[in-house]
Design a protein around this ligand. Structure first.
Ligand code: PLP
Length: 413
């Protein structure tokens, strides 16, 4: 054995020992058993599609076989189908720091961004406020939808980096749409500070929580957020294409004028009257008939959060990302990858993004070796850390395999 390999073995031993100690002390370690995962893979893509909670397939067999197959139309009442959007909204509410009655589930995040932004402009109701400030680094769909919402409401888009939103809002701002965590870099933005600045400017703060809900405490009520949206198939494990949610702070519900006032949001939907009259409360955010199969899968999946404190999730998330960065630094030769994820905890979400010259080839080989992250073209390797089912030994293994793959893809580096 050469000197380098002796040194590598010593490092590997030390990090293995550390991983074992961290796993042994982890209060969330047992949650992993609730998920369908195989030991052959390290799943670091739960920020794209959360893993399946094991109990969901049997629940869905009952929903399909009994609720649909036997009860048929009766299930709208007897199986609670009709009220599912508000009921499941109330299950998500504590995970994002909202009191009951303010979250409704349905449609995609994209559609909810549209509802929230148009409704925000209407709530402000002041034509001299002709600007919508939008996170310039946003996930594309939010930007596309915001642009259309602006055109429809006669506003113009002002793209601003989240760090500059507080300085950019003023008497012309109607609303600001910001992502809590940047989907690409994993940067966590200052929700309390930005919300306060937007509201001080007389505008409404609309947050996209896709990459924060289920990974860290959000505190919608505590921080005075006006409107928020998020998806449920990432950290909330609701399943592929599971419905998104919309938060409308209680103080705005009476004035919430949906741009998509479908019959499900009517005060008396079964009166089938020609004129529209909006329902009270979060139900005002509904549109059409809910996608019950996806809703029921989501509802069942949310049981994995029972008894979980989001503070514990956050603490583990930061410990996992710290440990991953430590292992990457120990194993991967300097200069091969560069972390885009902020070192400061206050600015870090629950993923690590590494810039890497050969990112496409590296990710392909990582996946072939059972370390599943994803690629954000052209050069970003993204690793999502989902505290309910990723452990510290997984994390050490992912970094070690990354180092092996980098050495193979770029020999001599
Ligand atoms: C995942 C994600 C979306 C997804 O939108 P869909 O309408 O559910 O496809 C939107 N915005 C952000 C910030 C996301 O991370």
């Amino acid at each position: 054995m050469g000197a380098t390999s002796v040194a590598l073995h010593a490092k590997t031993d030390a990090l293995h020992t550390k991983a074992a100690a961290l796993d042994a002390a982890d209060p969330l370690a047992k949650r992993r058993e609730l998920f369908a995962l195989d030991d052959g893979a390290v799943y670091l893509d739960g920020n794209s599609l959360g893993a399946l909670p094991r109990h969901v397939p049997a629940r869905m067999a009952d929903v399909i076989g009994r609720e649909w197959g036997e009860l048929r139309i009766r299930s709208w009442d007897e199986s609670g189908w009709w009220t599912a959007p508000e009921r499941i909204g109330d299950r998500i509410a504590p995970l994002v720091g909202a009191a009951p009655g303010q979250v409704v589930v349905g449609d995609s995040t994209s559609v909810n961004v549209f509802k929230a932004l148009v409704a925000a402009v209407r709530l402000v109701g002041d034509d001299s406020r002709d600007e919508i400030v939008v996170d310039a680094t946003t996930f594309p769909t939010d930007g596309y939808i915001a642009e259309s919402a602006a055109r429809m409401t006669g506003r113009r888009i002002v793209p601003v980096a989240p760090g500059d939103v507080a300085a950019a809002v003023g008497p012309r701002t109607a609303a600001a749409l910001v992502n809590h965590v940047d989907y690409r870099t994993g940067r966590l933005h200052d929700l309390p500070g930005i919300t306060a600045a937007v509201r001080d400017a007389g505008a409404l703060a609309v947050w996209d929580l896709c990459h924060s809900a289920g990974a860290l405490p959000v505190g919608l009520d505590a921080h005075g957020v006006d409107l928020a949206v998020g998806c449920t198939y990432k950290y909330l494990n609701g399943g592929p294409g599971s419905p998104a949610y919309l938060y409308v702070a209680e103080r705005h519900q009476a004035g919430f004028d949906s741009p998509l006032p479908g019959w499900n949001s009517h005060a008396d939907p079964f009166a089938m009257t020609p004129g529209y009259a909006a329902a009270d409360g979060a139900r005002r955010g509904r549109v059409g008939t809910p996608d019950i199969l996806s809703m029921r899968a989501l509802e069942a999946a949310l049981e994995v959060w029972d008894g979980v404190a989001m503070e514990d999730v956050r603490a583990k998330s930061l410990a996992l990302t710290d440990f991953f960065l430590e292992c990457v630094e120990a194993y991967v030769p300097e200069g091969v990858v560069t972390s885009l994820t902020p070192a400061a905890h206050a600015e870090r979400g629950s993923q690590v993004a590494l810039a890497c010259a050969d990112a496409p080839a590296v990710m392909e080989e990582l996946i072939a070796r059972g370390v599943v992250g994803d690629l954000r073209r052209p050069d970003v390797l993204r690793f999502g850390f989902t505290p309910l089912y990723v452990g510290f030994a997984d994390t050490e293994r992912a970094a070690r395999v990354l180092a092996e793959v980098c050495a193979q893809v770029r020999p001599g580096r």
